[in-house]
Design a protein around this ligand. Structure first.
Ligand code: ACO
Length: 332
């Protein structure tokens, strides 16, 4: 299909639940310390969804804020994509639940499963549909209530993650602006290093799976760490090359917020000074698919992005997957 339109972000919104869980709170729950968590991850606090809040509730608030920022009505949406690893349920999709909540009656809707890379995967998919002329307004959301599938007795995982949602409306922008280059990838051989083992068709839910904690997130942190260090720089470089932009032309780098050591390593590899890098993981922890849109949303609110800036987004996550996108910022 030949390119007809340029695609970019028309508006963005985010939401995190009220409740804050500090490292000191975690010290009372598992054998860990505030010092260890800060030194090894950079995280100080994370937000936790209320008992009655599911992923679609967080996604809906972020979606409403993005629609307002874009000045687009819900009924003018053609498609909703929700990237999540913690859907309300296996089916219907969380995207269909959001569609009903915001009354986007003309929108198609589906979920996208790519772990923490999900938002950038969604941006890539949505972009192609705008570029081709198939759709005009697409709502993409990264949303997670990972606290609901967290083993609060496992110090290897429970200190890392937080809940939240970020959304963007993708549509037509001026020529030369918007999404310029992408790089998506996957390595299924590492799938076992980050997974929720039971509850699907391989290991259906049973009393035994519950007793063995198999419905929680299981992670080999060190293996994921090594993978992340490798792919973050590679994916960003490949997307920059596709966009025909060099790393020193990047005005803002928005990496997945998993671990400050992974972010530092990626910035170093790209030769970027830290003042060009968005870091907010100390407040939110790793919110998986929500981390990049929340970071982007905050950077915009803080006046760190202006029209014409080159913005690079890069993530990695369960799958294992990676995804990068370079945009020339089109919002005033
Ligand atoms: N508190 C105190 N000690 C701990 C904790 C904790 N919370 N967790 C682990 N330790 C201990 C370990 O048991 C180990 O002890 P040992 O040496 O006696 O065996 C020691 O600390 C070092 O453990 P490592 O796992 O080697 O520590 P590492 O420096 O690798 O940090 C971490 C662990 C933070 C998990 C890191 O590997 C990491 O960030 N990995 C990436 C994880 C990630 O990003 N996952 C999300 C992917 S995105 C998605 O799709 C959801």
């Amino acid at each position: 299909m030949s390119k007809i339109y340029a695609a970019g972000i028309l508006g963005i919104g985010c939401y995190v639940p009220e409740k804050i869980l500090t490292n000191h709170d975690l010290e009372k729950m598992v054998d860990t310390s505030n010092e260890w968590i800060i030194e090894r991850t950079g995280i100080k606090t994370r937000h936790i969804a209320a008992p009655e809040q599911a992923t679609s509730d967080l996604a809906t608030i972020a979606a409403q804020r993005a629609l307002q920022s874009a000045n687009v009505k819900a009924e003018d949406l053609d498609l909703i994509i929700v990237a999540t690893a913690s859907p309300d349920m296996a089916f219907p999709s969380t995207a269909c639940l959001v569609q009903e909540n915001i009354k986007a009656t003309k929108a198609a809707a589906f979920d996208l499963s790519a772990g923490c890379s999900g938002f950038v995967y969604s941006l890539t998919v949505a972009s192609q549909m705008i570029v081709s002329g198939l759709y005009k307004n697409i709502l993409i959301i990264g949303a997670e209530a990972l606290s609901k599938i967290m083993n609060w007795k496992d110090r290897n995982t429970c200190i890392l993650f937080g809940d939240g949602a970020g959304a963007a409306v993708i549509g037509r922008v001026e020529d030369g602006y918007g999404t310029l280059g992408f790089n998506l990838g996957a390595d299924g051989s590492g799938g076992h290093t980050l997974c929720q083992p039971a509850g699907g068709s391989r290991i259906p839910a049973s009393l035994e799976t519950v007793e063995k904690d198999m419905h929680y997130i299981h992670m080999s942190g060190n293996e994921v760490f090594k993978f992340a260090i490798k792919v973050m720089g590679e994916a960003a470089n490949a997307a920059l090359q596709a966009a025909n932009i060099s790393a020193n032309e990047v005005d803002l780098f928005v990496p997945h917020q998993a671990n400050i050591r992974i972010i530092n390593s990626a910035a170093k590899r790209l030769g970027l000074s830290m003042d060009k890098v968005v870091v907010n993981l100390e407040k939110y922890g790793n919110t998986s698919a929500a981390s990049i849109p929340i970071a982007l949303c905050e950077a915009l609110e803080q006046g760190r992005i202006k029209k014409g800036d080159n913005v690079a987004l890069v993530g990695f996550g369960a799958g294992l997957t990676w995804a990068a996108c370079v945009l020339k910022w089109s919002m005033e």
